[in-house]
Write a protein that binds this ligand. Structure first.
Ligand SMILES: [Zn+2]
Length: 456
């Protein structure tokens, strides 16, 4: 799941037409789940960093596993892998913020006192201090020191909309907690080649208390500059892995269900491996296990697709490419269930999974009626519905929602998100609880639909 820097602007009707299937209940293979988790989140793949050889090895492993599970390739030709080229802006030097006023000069380098997010190569303008965004005078083209005791997102947005060249604001706890990670971010958003360029978020500078204090001592009108020289973009490849189990109904492909997860994580950062066992080896293992069970049982009526995306952590990049050039008509997807972080039990709903955007569609409640151990998302303020790859599909109209256990466990984006901190028993249980409902869904005429007015 993508890290969302809080406040950072930078940053149907059910038609029960089918008789219940009388096939023997398929069972989760605990050994398979464990083996897949050990491969994906083990030391060998070193955290599957976006665009690395480790991530590519993970993609090949997933493709081989789908093949072994009798899932056909669906990426075109006889392949499971769709290569996706991505370009990331690079910093030629660390961004530096400097303000000169008469004899006085203060300078802050990225990571020391400040973190500049999404800076363009140069910003220059007179410094102006603002304590209340609502009563700020003309800030157009100015470098605004927003001298507010806490980071105030609406205030920052108002100043940006009023034309501030950049807003410097106090770093909040979340920014301080992820300081080094944010400081090391490239100056612009990573772009997917062949996909319409995305406007990056606006630049913003987070400053530590001491930097705010030093800037506060300078007079308004001082010459402020933020220099963030860029180098040539760095090009990398990631993959979307796609398999299909064609249904047996004549129109099976026109009412398909997509099961998805992302297989990348944060990789190796300065020698520390972020294994991403929960985020999101667990979701990948869930999709693989569902594919194994479905591939080894009776063919369902509807078609099932299994998609595992790379580079989610850097902006849902493989999913963006998939959405821009989908291998099927998106209108043929009846639903998308994304599995994200199902390996750590949530004390708010122990033993159960949550579905993001629960009240937006009839999908979650209907799956729950059919035995899925899923409940509404208890964290609506976190906007999880919008923070996974499902969201891009939802924007295109597909009923696309994400299933998680605990979406913000203490191990979230920490090196401790490793095999020792995921609960394989829980995973087996919750995957098992989805098998019946998913099998029902794939054999039903049920039409997942957005609730009135709740389509994103
Ligand atoms: Zn994540």
């Amino acid at each position: 799941m993508k890290l969302r820097v809080l406040f950072a602007t930078a940053l149907a009707v059910a038609v029960a037409a089918t008789a219940p299937t009388q096939a023997a209940k398929p069972v989760v293979c605990a050994q398979c789940v464990k083996a897949n988790m050990e491969k994906l989140a083990g030391d060998e793949l070193r955290g599957r960093g976006c665009g690395t050889d480790d991530e590519h090895a993970a993609a090949r492993f997933i493709a081989d596993t789908l093949k072994r599970y009798r899932i056909a390739p669906a990426a075109g030709g006889d392949g499971y892998l769709t290569p996706v080229t991505i370009q990331t802006s690079t910093a030629a030097a660390s961004p530096v913020l400097s303000v000169t006023a008469g004899d006085a000069k203060v300078t802050f380098t990225q990571g020391q006192g400040i973190v500049a997010m999404n800076p363009p190569p140069v910003i220059a303008g007179p410094l102006v201090k603002v304590t209340d965004a609502r009563t700020a005078g003309d800030v157009k083209g100015k470098v605004v020191l927003y001298d507010s005791p806490i980071y105030d997102a609406p205030g920052v947005r108002a100043l940006q909309q009023a034309g501030a060249a950049v807003v410097i604001g106090p770093a909040n706890d979340q920014v301080l907690e992820h300081w080094a990670e944010l400081a090391a971010r490239p100056p612009g958003a990573t772009q997917v080649v062949g996909v319409e360029r995305r406007m990056g978020p606006r630049p913003v500078v987070f400053a530590r208390a001491e930097a705010i204090a030093a800037l506060r001592r300078l007079p308004d009108g001082g010459a402020a500059r933020l220099d963030a020289p860029q180098g040539p973009p760095r090009e990398r490849t990631t993959y979307a892995v796609l398999g299909v189990l064609h249904g047996k109904a004549p129109d099976a492909d026109r009412h398909a269900v997509l099961f998805s997860a992302h297989y990348d994580h944060l990789g190796d950062r300065n020698g520390v491996v972020f294994h991403g066992a929960n985020d999101d080896a667990s979701g990948t293992a869930a999709v693989l296990e569902l594919s194994r069970i479905l591939g080894s049982g009776k063919k369902p009526r509807r078609t099932a697709y299994f998609a595992l995306f790379g580079c989610e952590e850097e902006g849902g990049l493989a999913a963006q490419a998939f959405m821009a050039h989908p291998p099927m008509a998106l209108g043929d997807l009846a639903a998308n269930l994304e599995f994200e972080m199902i390996g750590v039990d949530d004390p708010k709903h122990p033993g159960f999974l949550m579905l993001t955007g629960w009240d937006r569609s009839n999908l979650g409640p209907t799956l729950a009626e059919h035995g899925a151990k899923i409940v509404p998302d208890p964290y609506p303020e976190q906007n999880f519905f919008q923070r996974s790859d499902n969201y891009q599909l939802a924007l295109k109209g597909v009923v696309a929602q994400t299933i998680s256990a605990w979406p913000i466990p203490p191990t979230y984006h920490e090196p401790t998100d490793d095999l020792a901190h995921v609960d394989l028993k829980l995973m087996d249980q919750v995957i098992g609880s989805m098998v019946g409902p998913v099998t029902w869904l794939l054999n039903s005429d049920f039409q997942p639909a957005w609730n009135p007015g709740r389509k994103p």
